[in-house]
Write a protein that binds this ligand. Structure first.
Ligand SMILES: *[C@@H]1O[C@H](CO)[C@@H](O)[C@H](O)[C@H]1NC(C)=O
Length: 149
């Protein structure tokens, strides 16, 4: 009985535990493509994938605190001081949303807000990580093995 319960758990529990927060790279590419991010404001899908990897390691529930007391939320680590309201500290709330929405597994609020951010004059340079690790580098390998259709 014990063994059987254990086996059932190995089969059904494990994948959930290990991958709940992490979105697969190619699944993410497809979502971004469907939301028209390929070429949006001149940034390609590999730019978006590199950005998401550098910022969150593809962890859609990632939250981190900054030295100034603000927090970064979700796959693109969007900052609460400027873009969303987390009710902890002052926020400009330029994306007009609750920061918790940026942790939504369907990614649509994060994509919506990221579009707003890259539409500004700094584009993707708003993200220091993108500037340091993605900008001006060969990035096409981020799409290796991914099919969009
Ligand atoms: C994803 O981020 C959340 C919140 O920061 C963290 O608790 C969780 O451990 C992370 N998941 C992985 C697989 O790193």
């Amino acid at each position: 009985m014990m063994i059987r319960a254990l086996l059932i758990c190995v089969a059904s529990c494990l994948p959930v535990v290990t991958s709940k927060d992490i979105i697969n790279r190619c699944v993410l590419a497809k979502v971004l493509y469907e939301e028209d991010l390929d070429g949006f404001e001149g940034y390609s899908l590999p730019d978006w994938l590199c950005l998401a990897f550098i910022e969150s390691n593809f962890n859609i529930s990632k939250v981190s605190e900054n030295v100034d007391g603000s927090f970064d939320y979700g796959i693109f680590q969007i900052n609460s001081h400027f873009w969303c309201n987390d009710y902890h500290s002052h926020s400009e709330n330029f994306c007009h949303m609750d920061c918790q929405e940026l942790l939504d597994p369907n990614l649509l609020p994060s994509i919506h807000c990221a579009k707003k951010i890259v539409s500004g004059s700094k584009g993707m340079r708003n993200w220091v990580g993108w500037r340091l690790h993605c900008s001006g580098r060969p990035l096409s390998y981020w799409m290796t093995g991914c099919r969009l259709g």
